[in-house]
Design a binder for this molecule. Structure first.
Ligand SMILES: [Fe+2]
Ligand SMILES: [Fe+2]
Length: 353
């Protein structure tokens, strides 16, 4: 069962605003440092990418067609809850990108960065609004203006923004394309029409990731030396968060006909392959000990949730115990040896999955 029941608009806002280790956050950063970025080291690739944004091949994509409403079915209660939780967390992370990119856009004069952020804001706002329309079918919906004004913001130095945002864009691509391919093969498992939109949608996320890849390749010091310890940290944080969160939604995965382990490892494989464009290290997600650690994190997270619901002194003690298990397991995963590779000459990758 999902940790949150979603029945009303208030529930939606409570879930969207919740701050746990696995819920999407809102970020702010050092706008002056963003303004000072120099894209000249990657000028040719940068200009080609900006031309793609200008071309806007998805300008007509985020509209419902005539059949959309007809394909919405009544879902079993457990599936409906997990699906709503999935929609609310997806919209929160889409909108998190929208808010961050828009704030950067407003605060910089650097024409390269301003132009890029304008396109990113355009795309993420389309994505968030498209998901919101599906919540409205259930009489729900996220009040985006209210969320922007009231959700807590986490400050990240620009380099953390680059690592984290790059990864969340690329893993977002890998998630959407993996779901799309699965439902393409098994159309009977497509229990909601929104999944048909994922193919062209995920190409936006892919391109967003390319932008951050170029921003990092223009600052090579971010991709070597002691900074690789941060790269490892963000890789693990992003992968582990996704793994734990997906394992709170069993009914969703059963309905789509995908085992959550298989789905997550497939998404890791794709993300790892892509991320070799920027990161000279990658996580050994196919190693048995690494996988055992991820499963242990799921146990720690669900143990923590149960203990929290139990309350009282015993609940508190159990919570502390599970938190320790979580931290120790994360540390062990962090220390697990990584794969190393050289960065390719060609910086850009094509969305070929
Ligand atoms: Fe998006
Ligand atoms: Fe994106």
């Amino acid at each position: 069962m999902t940790p949150h029941a979603i029945q009303s608009r208030d529930d939606v806002m409570r879930v969207a605003k919740s701050e746990t280790l696995i819920t999407p956050r809102f970020y702010t950063t050092d706008f002056k440092a963003m303004d000072a970025l120099d894209m000249n080291p990657v000028r040719a690739e940068w200009d080609a990418m900006i031309a793609e944004y200008e071309g806007d091949n998805n300008h007509d994509h985020f509209q419902r067609d005539a059949t959309f409403k007809d394909e919405i079915r009544q879902l079993p209660p457990a599936l409906q809850q997990e699906f709503l939780d999935f929609l609310v967390s997806s919209i929160t992370s889409e909108y998190s990108g929208c808010v961050l990119y828009n704030e950067i856009r407003k605060h910089v004069d650097n024409p390269d960065i301003k132009q890029l952020m304008t396109y990113l804001t355009r795309d993420e706002s389309r994505h968030a609004n498209f998901i919101n329309a599906s919540l409205r079918d259930y009489g729900l919906g996220v009040d985006l203006a209210n969320l922007k004004a009231t959700k807590k913001y986490t400050y990240f130095k620009p380099k953390y923004i680059f690592y984290a945002t790059y990864l969340s864009e690329k893993i977002g691509y890998a998630r959407y394309i993996t779901i799309y391919r699965q439902l393409e093969r098994h159309p009977d498992k497509r229990f909601h029409p929104i999944f048909k939109w994922f193919e062209r949608w995920c190409n936006d996320e892919f391109r967003h990731g390319e932008s951050f890849a170029l921003m990092m390749r223009a600052q090579p010091h971010l991709l070597r030396g002691a900074n690789l310890l941060w790269v490892r940290f963000f890789l693990l944080a992003v992968y582990a968060t996704m793994f734990v969160r997906d394992h709170t939604r069993p009914a969703l995965h059963i309905a789509m006909g995908i085992d959550p382990d298989e789905y997550d490892y497939r998404v890791f494989d794709i993300t790892t392959e892509i991320s070799k464009q920027v990161f000279p290290v990658s996580l050994d997600t196919n190693h048995e000990a690494f996988r055992a650690g991820l499963r242990r994190l799921v146990d720690a997270s669900s143990g923590y949730t149960v203990a929290k619901a139990q309350g009282g002194v015993i609940g508190l003690a159990k919570r502390a115990g599970w938190a320790l298990v979580g931290v120790a397991t994360f540390a062990k995963l962090y220390l697990h040896p990584v794969h190393r590779h050289d960065l390719p000459q060609r910086m850009r990758v094509a969305p070929a999955w």
